[in-house]
Design a protein around this ligand. Structure first.
Ligand SMILES: O=C(O)C(=O)Cc1ccccc1
Length: 290
């Protein structure tokens, strides 16, 4: 049995986790906040933690990436993608007019995870301009709060699973501003993920260039380019130490166990950059986990 820390039952993380761990014996340790998911793994209560890190519409979930970089030292052991379909969820009976029609103008507040709210901004502006938006720890927490306040005129954005679990209706299905909305999840923890394998391996590294070094990023990229090493993501984030200083987060489409990548990293260190490896792990496409 493995123990896995994640956001609460019915969250997108929960649906995605069940896909990765399908067929395995798992103890699910649910936590209200992503910080507690990380800390459950750090303290040894859970073997792995499940962290949403990137989304088709919203891009990087910076707050989660920052935790991975600044607050904990937990390697990434796998990544996978999962389609996040978001729905408007509430008490239909309380939002119906005298003719029995659903009246969305009765909704005065929408609760959800900030990433889910960000995925539905056009819908919210167009269909629910009167409603306040309230960020909560997860989409499923929002659904639960709405369930407990049937007469408040509140609605949540969340999964069909959360609507079902809480006995609420889907008022409108699939309300994200763009289709094909996928979220990339990272599995973090001290031990490798031995249960499933993939032909696609990835390595994530963090590079902090020396200050005032013109062309540092160019040199970093050329260390990969002439070795024909494929990068799949590059992000810059503030170091949080001084305004205008950044580190670079790179995803590389290969595992660490080759000559090429260690030599590229050695070259980057030789020009004075700090390099931290955040993990070298299998990457699963959604279709691989069905
Ligand atoms: O709140 C959830 O359901 C999560 O798992 C976080 C999240 C929110 C929106 C898209 C993907 C993951």
């Amino acid at each position: 049995m493995v123990s896995v820390a994640l956001l609460p039952a019915g969250s997108v993380s929960d649906e995605a986790a069940r896909q990765l761990f399908k067929g395995l014996d798992v103890q699910w340790n649910y936590h209200r906040l992503i910080a507690d998911v990380f800390l459950s793994v750090v303290s040894g209560k859970s073997d792995y933690g499940i962290i949403p890190i990137e989304n088709t519409i919203e891009g990087s979930v910076s707050q989660h990436m920052d935790w991975l970089v600044h607050e904990v030292d937990l390697p990434i052991q796998a990544e996978w993608v999962y389609p996040s379909i978001q729905n408007l969820i509430g008490h239909r009976a309380a939002l119906t007019d005298a003719d029995g029609n659903l009246d969305l103008s009765r909704i005065n507040r929408v609760l959800s995870h900030p990433v889910a709210i960000a995925q539905c901004l056009q819908f919210l502006r167009g269909e629910l301009p009167q409603a306040d938006r309230e960020p909560v720890g997860s989409t499923s927490e929002g659904v639960k709060i709405v369930r407990d306040n049937p007469d408040a005129g509140w609605a949540a954005i969340g999964t069909a699973t959360a609507a079902r679990n809480n006995g609420l209706e889907i008022l409108q299905e699939s309300i994200t501003d763009h289709n094909n909305n996928y979220t990339r999840f990272a599995l973090v923890g001290p031990k490798p993920f031995p249960f499933k394998s993939s032909d696609m391996l990835k390595t994530s590294i963090l590079i902090t260039p020396p200050e005032d070094y013109p062309g540092a990023l160019h040199q970093v990229l050329s260390a990969f380019a002439w070795r024909r090493i494929n990068l799949t993501r590059i992000e810059s984030r503030p170091t949080k130490k001084k305004l205008g200083t950044y580190y670079f987060y790179l995803d590389i489409a290969m595992g660490m166990d080759t000559v090429l990548l260690p030599s590229a990293i050695a070259e980057i260190e030789a020009i004075g950059c700090q390099v931290r490896v955040l993990g070298s792990y299998p990457s699963f496409a959604y279709e691989q986990l069905l």
